[in-house]
Write a protein that binds this ligand. Structure first.
Ligand code: CU
Length: 476
């Protein structure tokens, strides 16, 4: 019973992102600092690609193994694979692991090196996001071949009845020809029936698989009494998901990003409260009339985290000032995006600086995004505080809005999933936080596709939440 309970609790922690399935994680495996990228498969069962960069050169070997999160690890652990060290870059390792079932997995990374051994586990979801269709070229070959087979079968059956018993050199008599035709007709009917049956079976298998394909929640929205945003989690139906089982993450059931679109010049990070009817409600701050895109991050009781999306046309709201963890940011319209701008102005003459370097940003490449708070003299700001338990929160949003990722300094894995995979590491992170905070936050992330992106970065200083807004142009 106890084991069952553990399995249930740890069933499905995955990620609340839109269009950004790759997992980025930065952490310590014992004495070794690792940046780990996991590209989960799009179909399940499927192969996850693992990339590991070690910050130190004294690593000898890295072993990786996929495990179901929450199961008794030692009992079911397969033999770990040896990650391949790159020839060009000795601190870079790659591997591929099969994830056999839909749900929540962790990739356990064991490091052996000059400083001894270290271990870290990275939660990763195995969610089918598409049906693997047949390639067109393959279909172009297989369909004519199947037709040849069907026609061949019919003509063989006809020939067998008509010609098989015939003496050499003789023509079949009309009775044999007629019998041959009848048999061909019957065979044709049987072949068509077999093809029809096969197709029905295939469709039913595909239908079963399509139920597994992940369908994210939607946000149904309306503005009431001119200043209250009513939000309803709308489930399109996926497995046995519920919407009334949410867990607080950093004391909030929902983390809602509201972005003015298409300009993307105004952003709010809000925390709607759940009402007695199960729906969410947010007191709106003063906002201009316009169109807004909504991204609501929630975590289910079983650990599943997801982003519910919506859009709303709003009238101007008088609103109330922001309180608590709610925050707002202002930047230039995205039509005036400056891809070389590295500083975002803040209140009191402060600014946030993106240490972006000179290199072009490329899709599917993991990066360390570093942002620094500076005072009016350009010195690193002091008085930095934790904002909802973190040094910083960053949202990477593509201008076409197909991508939204909420990332923390530890990466794109939500905190409840990290807690499940490695409580001891979380403790270490908190210890670090207590011994004074740096003015710089870094976020491991990689863009899933080329295009224009806006990055909203939030840090807290002297009781105020600062929002920096930056633009990125990502090449293929
Ligand atoms: Cu956050």
């Amino acid at each position: 019973m106890k084991l069952l309970a553990v399995c249930f609790v740890a069933a499905l922690p995955v990620f609340g992102h839109v269009g950004s399935p790759d997992v980025f994680f930065e952490g310590n495996a014992g004495p070794y600092r690792l940046l780990i990228t996991i590209r989960p498969p799009q179909v399940v069962p499927g192969v996850a690609e693992i990339e590991i960069r070690s910050a130190s050169p004294d690593v000898r070997q890295i072993h990786i193994v996929p495990l179901r999160l929450g199961y008794k690890v030692a009992q079911f652990a397969p033999v770990p694979d040896l990650a391949q060290r790159s020839h060009d870059d000795p601190q870079f390792y790659t591997g591929a692991l099969w994830l056999m079932a839909t749900g929540s997995w962790q990739v356990r990374v064991d490091v052996d090196g000059a400083q001894g051994e270290g271990r870290i586990s990275v939660p990763v979801p195995a969610l089918a996001t598409r049906v693997a269709g047949m390639q067109k070229a393959m279909a172009a070959i297989l369909i004519p071949l199947a037709l040849v087979l069907c026609v061949g079968l019919v003509s063989i059956a006809g020939a067998a009845v008509r010609d098989a018993m015939l003496e050499q050199g003789k023509q079949p008599d009309p009775a044999r020809v007629r019998r041959g035709r009848i048999v061909m007709l019957v065979t044709a009917v049987l072949v068509v029936a077999a093809v029809w049956f096969g197709n029905t079976w295939w469709d039913s298998e595909a239908g079963f698989y399509s139920r597994i394909i992940f369908k994210p929640l939607h946000l149904k929205t309306s503005v009431q009494d001119g200043s209250r945003l009513a939000l309803q989690l709308d489930d399109p139906g996926w497995l046995n998901r519920r919407t009334d089982d949410l867990l607080p993450d950093h004391n909030h059931l929902m983390h809602l990003y509201v972005i003015h679109v298409p300009e993307m010049d105004l952003v709010w990070h809000l925390h709607p409260e759940r009402g007695a009817d199960g729906n969410f409600e947010q007191r709106l701050p003063p906002m201009p009339a316009g169109r807004y895109a909504l991204y609501g991050d929630v975590v289910h009781a079983n650990g599943l985290a997801e982003t519910a999306t919506g859009e709303i046309q709003m009238p101007e709201t008088a609103g109330l000032p922001l309180i608590g963890d709610d925050a707002a940011g202002v930047g230039p319209a995205v039509t005036h995006a400056d891809y070389t701008r590295i500083a975002s102005p803040l209140a009191h003459g402060y600014r946030m600086v993106w240490e972006r370097g000179q290199d072009k940003l490329r899709a599917r490449q993991p990066y360390e995004f570093r942002f620094r708070l500076e005072d009016e003299q350009g010195k690193p700001a002091d008085g930095v505080e934790l904002y909802m338990g973190m040094l910083g929160h960053a949202a990477f949003v593509s201008v076409d809005r197909g991508v939204f990722a909420h990332v923390h300094p530890s990466g794109s894995v939500p905190m409840p999933a990290i807690e499940l995979a490695q409580p001891e590491n979380l403790h270490a992170a908190h210890m670090m936080m207590q011994s004074g905070l740096p003015s710089e936050a870094s976020f491991p992330y990689g863009f899933p596709k080329p295009g224009a992106y806006r990055i909203f970065v939030q840090m807290k200083r002297a009781g105020e939440i600062a929002t920096g807004i930056f633009d990125a142009e990502v090449e293929p």
